[in-house]
Design a protein around this ligand. Structure first.
Ligand SMILES: [Fe+2]
Length: 213
């Protein structure tokens, strides 16, 4: 019994923190299926039209393994770069917590302050700099970075989280849970210098996205 309570807390924590829950009321659009918290993409402090293709998340500059992620967003043909696609990312700190400062509103209360928004440039490029996240406390859930996207004229939807190829929690079973929404989200990091890793992920709009048209 003593073990059941912590397990229940972990499961509850995981269920309220992840995007892929089955709350059908959250997603008001028709593309991508249910998406709890996807509307957080509209909480950007910078208007979409003024977003840059490159952003440093608020944890950048703190202690931890620095992480730079970049890539190109392609249209559904997998070849044509997609400009003006809004990308929203958020993740935990190294302790696996979505940290807050106490004055958060709306989805920031759950997503925490380690989040950022970008808009792809004419080459379809995006890039963000942050610190590498950790797994949820006392869990075996792989460390991950949530990512929602919104392209012009379509509703926002979630794609596979960024996860890390060298994460011991990224088991075969866990990998099978990732359906390749928006393309493969497994990052192969390269250490460019001590405690500074880089990785690339290209994103394909609509790939494995239900209702995409
Ligand atoms: Fe999460």
């Amino acid at each position: 019994m003593k073990l059941l309570l912590p397990l229940a807390v972990i499961l509850l924590f995981a269920s309220i923190s992840c995007a892929q829950t089955n709350d059908a009321n959250r997603n008001k659009g028709t593309i991508g299926g249910p998406c709890e918290g996807c509307e957080a993409i509209y909480e950007s402090p910078t208007p979409f039209e003024k977003l840059d293709w490159f952003v440093k998340l608020p944890d950048w500059g703190g202690k931890g393994i620095k992480l730079g992620i970049n890539g190109i967003v392609y249209k559904a043909d997998g070849k044509t770069p997609a400009a003006n696609v809004i990308i929203y990312v958020y993740h935990t700190n190294q302790q696996g917590i979505y940290p807050t400062k106490g004055d958060e509103k709306d989805w920031a209360k759950r997503h925490g302050y380690i989040r950022g928004w970008m808009k792809t440039n004419e080459k379809g490029e995006y890039k963000f700099m942050t610190l590498r996240p950790g797994s949820y406390p006392n869990s075996k859930i792989p460390a991950h970075i949530h990512v929602f996207i919104k392209e012009p004229g379509k509703n926002e939807y979630w794609i596979d989280e960024f996860v890390f190829n060298d994460d011991p929690f990224l088991t075969t079973a866990e990998r099978a849970n990732h359906k390749g929404r928006g393309g493969v989200g497994v990052l192969k990091t390269i250490e460019v210098e001590k405690d500074f890793q880089k990785a690339t992920r290209d994103i394909i709009l609509g790939k494995e996205i239900p209702g995409y048209r």
